[in-house]
Write a protein that binds this ligand. Sequence first.
Ligand SMILES: *[C@@H]1O[C@H](CO)[C@@H](O)[C@H](O)[C@H]1NC(C)=O
Ligand SMILES: *[C@@H]1O[C@H](CO)[C@@H](O)[C@H](O)[C@H]1NC(C)=O
Ligand SMILES: *[C@@H]1O[C@H](CO)[C@@H](O)[C@H](O)[C@H]1NC(C)=O
Ligand SMILES: *[C@@H]1O[C@H](CO)[C@@H](O)[C@H](O)[C@H]1NC(C)=O
Ligand SMILES: *[C@@H]1O[C@H](CO)[C@@H](O)[C@H](O)[C@H]1NC(C)=O
Length: 456
Amino acid sequence: MARLTTLSFLLMQILAVNAGDHNNHPHNNYPHNFTFPADPGVFGPPLEAVHAYFGQWPEGIAVSSTGRLFSSFGGIDPANVNNGTPGIFAVGELTSPFTEKAYPSVEMNTPPCSGGAVDLTDPENPVGCGSADHLISVIGVVIDAQDRLWIVDTGRPAYIFPNGSEALLPSSYGGPKLVGVDLSTDTVFTTILFSPEVALPNDSLLDDVRFDLRPNITSSGAGVAYITDASLSGQNAIVVVDLGTGDAWRRLQGNPSVLPEPQFLPFVWGQPLYFVPDPGHPPTGNLSTTPPPGYLPVGADGIAISPDGETLFYAPLTSRNLYSVPTALLRRRDDAVEAELAAAVVDYGQTGFSDGMESDSNGLVYKGNQEANAVVAFDPSTGTTQTVVRDPRIGYVDSLSAADLGGRGWLYFTSNQLHLSAFFWSPPGSGGDRRRRPFALFRVPLLDEGGKIDEA
Ligand SMILES: *[C@@H]1O[C@H](CO)[C@@H](O)[C@H](O)[C@H]1NC(C)=O
Ligand SMILES: *[C@@H]1O[C@H](CO)[C@@H](O)[C@H](O)[C@H]1NC(C)=O
Ligand SMILES: *[C@@H]1O[C@H](CO)[C@@H](O)[C@H](O)[C@H]1NC(C)=O
Ligand SMILES: *[C@@H]1O[C@H](CO)[C@@H](O)[C@H](O)[C@H]1NC(C)=O
Ligand SMILES: *[C@@H]1O[C@H](CO)[C@@H](O)[C@H](O)[C@H]1NC(C)=O
């Protein structure tokens, strides 16, 4: 009995010390000379910091063959939506380790509607500006195997209504588009506009894109783009684009593999993330005593392609699972293909809560694992996921880009604290915009001497 009491007394002391000292150093007043094993917090190569964003909030990253760096400044944040005055841009080039400038031009980033990127013609019903010659609201920026920059315009800017509510506006024709920029001249060489049947004005959120430039996959010979529709209202799909003809069509519409998982609750930097549907009106008070405001509703988001172009990988943002389909089925135009597609979806199971994705010449699929402050790599040939790099400074990996520079392959990725934006609330009472500058662009070497994919 006495022995038991001593043991439980010791245990209580151990617990008290552990709870009171989260760094796990021996407590000054604690007589025992030992520490408990602790999570090291880091793994893999040192993080190389490439850029610190002190201005606009970044989402996408695209790295050219010569090391030029381009970011998107997502129009899901009203502060990134141009209101007519030059200075706010949707896409920028990183001009020094601390500065960015509008790209491809100030003009293209200054939409001409009554409210800049917002068309206020009908003040009761504002919509996204429908200018085909301007960038309205961008998430995805990618550099393809021919070193061309592609910009996916959602056409749906965030807007703050007079009553303080914040929402993504419906798009207008001309807004949703895929824009190709020639990096040697810094000019647009093609603009592919999406019809309201492809980019649903009230629902679509065209997010990220990957390419297959093999000439023999289409009669036009110019290759194909695959775009995730991350719709917040369940209208998720993969949009397929023939880069030669400009034709575009939706595939996998409503398939479970592109949809958000219900009541999904991710944790980042230790905190549960409940979704705030109207960031202009975050919940007030104490979520220990009120129901959660909502759950993350975002579908198909991250996207990556295999080196041979035959397999497309994708994942809903609101999920920890990774999926793939054969690209040949996505390219077919007959709607009967949907049944074959549904049967051909591969579910690889859980690989981590992630946003953007990237693949390399070894066929690895890289993605964030936001819940582990990490970037991980999934190997489709073995079905296993390994950690690439982990660091407490990694706070929400939004986008990844592979590039071959200085004789080796690198993985660049943005870390933008999306989890601390007003879109999320953590009980009991933590909400609103808690992001702190600078936001980061990091890089680490690709695993196993991997490089950028040749044909994508
Ligand atoms: C604590 O233990 C370590 C080895 O486990 C020893 O090196 C160190 O001198 C000890 N410190 C004290 C104050 O006893
Ligand atoms: C604010 O106004 C918008 C547009 O009329 C409306 O959709 C929204 O529900 C309103 N928000 C609140 C909290 O009343
Ligand atoms: C979008 O929503 C508005 C308002 O609810 C509605 O009037 C309009 O018809 C919708 N447009 C489409 C294409 O569904
Ligand atoms: C296209 O050509 C490549 C060789 O460059 C070949 O491996 C592939 O099977 C071809 N694909 C189609 C759809 O014909
Ligand atoms: C929230 O409510 C719980 C239960 O009433 C209470 O214990 C807690 O202190 C409150 N938290 C805040 C931040 O007010």
